[in-house]
Ligand binder design. Structure first.
Ligand code: SF4
Length: 291
């Protein structure tokens, strides 16, 4: 069976589980990135019942936000229900930078509280379809076609959906969250080939030279963040301001604070090895003239 047909079969199986046990259409998470474009197109071709949700992270590029709105307008004309979920924290509206001040620690590769609050909060107790792929990162290398996430990574249960793994029924019966990854085994090349063949109109962020669409400043983006902040400098200011508030909040509450200023947090967070007081090539202090 070819790649596309395998993914379609996975979606059809998932849609059947969703209908039978959740009495709901599949919930497709659409980020505005290439993998979620593939998922949308596959849902169309699979002829399954689905709705589309975009979790507004508040840290996405403006181009991504406009692209999502454009795609949603088109889907709604095709009678697909679409929803943009505004993030909330303890019942109140929130954004990335307010969340950083509240948490009093920057989001890092290991501490991704922002994902749980800004991206995943709306995905409970349903059968959710995601464009996750193993090739994306080492942390996704062990992803399966179907998963029941546990409280921790070690508690996650994976299912061999392609071979009719019957263990998936138990979590579905209690309407637990099930994640479906129909293109988990696709490569980057296969994704781009599919999108080209399907003539999908892509997020303009790709034409700006970025291979990854997502939160600006995401710690998972490593050094690409430098290019992101050059392209969208306002976001850097927002992070610096949030980090300054974080330092103040830690000092005020007597919490141990390894940083003296927001700029110092920013350099640590960007994995910038320059230290305060270090002299640059012209004899000036490194970082001394940063805003
Ligand atoms: S910044 Fe990265 S880790 Fe945080 S919500 Fe966005 S994608 Fe998730």
């Amino acid at each position: 069976m070819d790649l596309e047909q395998t993914a379609i079969t996975r979606l059809q199986t998932a849609a059947e589980l969703s209908r039978k046990y959740y009495q709901q259409p599949l919930r497709v998470c659409y980020s505005g990135g290439k993998d979620s474009e593939v998922i949308l197109e596959l849902c169309r071709r699979a002829d399954v019942s689905y709705e589309v949700v975009h979790n507004l992270t508040t840290a996405d590029a403006p181009e991504t936000v406009y692209h999502v709105r454009k795609v949603f307008r088109k889907l709604e004309l095709e009678s697909v229900h679409c929803k943009i979920v505004q993030p909330r924290y303890k019942g109140l509206p929130i954004n990335m930078w307010a969340l950083i001040s509240i948490k009093r620690i920057p989001p890092t590769k290991k501490i991704r509280y922002c994902c749980a609050c800004l991206k995943e909060a709306a995905n409970h107790n349903c059968c959710v379809v995601l464009g996750v792929r193993r090739q994306e990162s080492s942390s996704r290398a062990d992803c399966a076609v179907a998963e029941h996430p546990g409280a921790t990574r070690a508690e996650k249960t994976t299912f061999d959906m392609d071979n009719g793994d019957p263990r998936i029924i138990a979590p579905c019966q209690i309407k637990a969250s099930i994640k479906i990854h129909p293109i988990v085994d696709w490569t980057d090349t296969q994704v781009w080939q599919f999108l080209r063949d399907a003539r999908i109109s892509m997020n303009p962020v790709y034409d700006m030279g970025f291979w990854r669409v997502g939160c600006i400043g995401c710690p998972m983006a490593n050094k690409i963040r430098y290019a992101q902040f050059r392209q969208w400098p306002k976001y850097e200011q927002l992070y610096r301001r949030a980090f300054a508030k974080l330092v103040e909040a830690r000092k005020q509450t007597g919490k141990d604070c390894p940083w003296r200023s927001g700029d110092e947090v920013f350099r640590w967070w960007m994995e910038d090895k320059n230290l305060d007081g270090q002299l640059d090539i012209f004899g000036g202090e490194v970082g001394a003239d940063e805003p």
